[in-house]
Design a protein around this ligand. Sequence first.
Ligand code: RP5
Length: 160
Amino acid sequence: MAKVAIVMGSDSDLKKMEKAAQLLEEMDITYEMRIISAHRTPEVAKEFAATARERGVQVIIAGAGMAAHLAGAMAAHTHLPIIGVPLSGSPLAGQDALLATVQMPPGVPVATMAIDGSRNAAVFACQILALQDKEIERRLLEFRQNMAAGVQEKDKKLKK
Ligand code: RP5
């Protein structure tokens, strides 16, 4: 059963959104990945979000570019936490997707990451899951320790 759902508006988003999947694999967290468009397949988007909770999904990561309404459409149809990833690639370099994703009306939030920040979306999903799952919390703390060790290692090399 997938704990996290990763959805994206198009197959052209895949390369950017794969970073979220990679992080979840590193953390050994089950996920499902779908291409669903808020504009091109709105009924699928609605059904997917509305049934996610009963399928066992706990967090949805939604990435889209241009007039990026996918994360907002997910949020409209479920009370699960939605993490939005605005994607670059448009003539406006993702600024359009950033504003479309982040500017949600009061009461229907989308936790919006940086442009192309899909890896952070997965880290944030882990942080949510870790609140209720000791093993995920352990892996998350280990992940952070490794990250800190990596920086210290670079610092050491620089000092030499
Ligand atoms: C958005 O439009 C997608 O998320 C994608 O970033 C962008 C372009 O989609 P394609 O025309 O490449 O399918 O809905």
